[in-house]
Structure formats: C-alpha cells, structure tokens
Design a protein around this ligand. Structure first.
Ligand SMILES: Nc1nc2c(ncn2[C@@H]2O[C@H](COP(=O)(O)OP(=O)(O)OP(=O)(O)O)[C@@H](O)[C@H]2O)c(=O)[nH]1
Length: 234
C-alpha cells in the first residue's frame, strides 16, 4: 500500500487497570500473537494496523497505556487527540470493573466524548468470574457504550472491538465532511499527524517524534480525499 493511500488514520487509546489484558489485546490484533507472561507496560506503548472498513483504507494507531496509577501523569498526555477509546476490565478482577468510570473520566477530560467500547476481557476464565452479567450490562448502558466480551487468549471478539470503533469513527468523519463541504470555500485546513515519544519496559529510551503537515487545495472531490479535510492532532 502506498503512503498516499493512507488518508484515514484513527488514534485509539486502550485504558483500564493493570493486567486486564490491554497490551495482549493490541499484540493479538496487530501481531496475531499471545503470551502468558505478564510484563507491565511502563508509561505508553504503540502499535498500528491497517484495515479495510466500509470500502476505506483505515490506519488504526493503537496506544497502549499503563494501568498503574503511578504512570497517570505520563499516560494522560497521550490521550490527547484520541478519536476512539477502549475501556477494558477483566472477568477475574472486580477492582478493574469498578475502576471503569474513573478511566472513562480521565479520557473524557482530555478528549471529550469520543466513540468508546467497553470490553470485558478474559471470558475464557468465566469459571473465575467475579462480576454479574447484569452489572456489566448496566454499566454499559450507563456509559452509553457498546459492550464486547473478549478473550484475547482464545482470540474471541478482538477484531470486533476495533472494527466497531473504526466504523463509528468513519461515520463521524463522514458527518464532519458533510458539514465541511457545505461551509467550505474549496481549501482544506492542515492535517497534522504527530507521533509522540514512546517508552515501554523493553525500550528505556524515547524515540523521536514525526510531524506531517499537509495543506493545499482540494483537487478533486473523490470520496477518499474528502477525509483529508479534517484538522486533527493524532
Ligand atoms: N486467560 C487469559 N489471560 C489473558 C487474557 N488476556 C491477557 N491475559 C493475561 O493477562 C496478563 C496481563 O496481560 P497484559 O496484556 O500485560 O495486561 P495490561 O492490561 O497491558 O497490563 P498493564 O501493562 O500493567 O497495564 C498476562 O499474563 C496475559 O497473558 C485473556 O483473554 N485470557
């Protein structure tokens, strides 16, 4: 795929308590692998995957954040500019379920209301379940989020999480595009893509950021290019 084809990039943050399976979910989705070992995320990590969704090429940029509160100050900065969010908790960890509202608030404080999925992970461990299904349904309704039950280990529903978010974001972009087309004078504003520094337990150093700026006139009104009209910090 050529770089110029990658018109749509969506930044997704995955949040939730430690050990609920956030890193595993991203690894599963982007690399197709699963490991039993638990290596806690230090600060923030990042992986991406390109998918086709509703006829569009979409680049999903998945930001894996540390679940431990001690990293809150670092991770918060990375929520900025996110267009979608995964709120994850574990079937076997009641605290992680009870922390969901506070995770939602942390993301909302930085990003406002963005498409969000509530994910109950580790459903392969239902025999050790500590949360009633009714409680989970109630929480999803209260938050106004789609609920998905996943097992990263058994690869159940992981794709559905990100496909749902991509689809919601596309709908949002199309709506914005319609609004823009109605009010535009033919110029489109800057598209800004900024990759911040990353750090995880394997890499103790920060990597350099990349900033891409695009500006100019809309040459044609092909559907694909329409998504470049948005000005966003990724
Ligand atoms: N049985 C089971 N184990 C899982 C599943 N998903 C993840 N795990 C295990 O849960 C542990 C924690 O997974 P991680 O992905 O590291 O958790 P995390 O949420 O990224 O944790 P932090 O980096 O501390 O925030 C690991 O030992 C994984 O192998 C699952 O669906 N089922």
């Amino acid at each position: 795929m050529r770089e110029e084809d990658l018109e749509i990039a969506i930044k997704v943050v995955i949040v939730g308590n430690g050990a609920v399976g956030k890193s595993s979910m991203i690894q599963r989705y982007c690399k197709g692998t699963f490991t039993k070992e638990y290596k806690k995320t230090i600060g923030v990590d990042f992986l991406e995957r390109q998918i086709e969704c509703e006829g569009e090429d979409v680049r999903l940029m998945l930001w894996d954040t540390a679940g431990q509160e001690e990293f809150d100050a670092i991770t918060k900065a990375y929520y900025r500019g996110a267009q979608a969010c995964v709120l994850a908790f574990s079937t076997t960890d009641r605290d992680s379920f009870e922390a969901i509202q506070s995770w939602k608030k942390k993301v909302e404080d930085e990003c406002g209301e963005i498409p969000t999925v509530l994910v109950q992970n580790k459903i392969d461990l239902m025999d050790q379940n500590v949360i009633e299904p009714e409680e989970v349904d109630l929480l999803a309704r209260m938050l106004g989020c789609r609920l998905l039950l996943t097992s990263v280990k058994e690869d159940v529903n992981v794709n559905a999480v990100f496909r749902h978010l991509a689809s919601r974001c596309l709908a949002e972009l199309r709506r914005e595009e319609e609004e823009y087309t109605m009010s535009s004078n033919g110029h489109h504003p800057l598209t800004i893509s900024a990759f911040g520094p990353m750090m995880n337990s394997n890499k103790s150093n920060y990597s350099n950021g990349t900033i891409v700026l695009k500006s100019g006139k809309i040459k044609n009104k092909k559907k694909k290019n329409l998504f470049m009209n948005n000005c966003r910090l990724l």
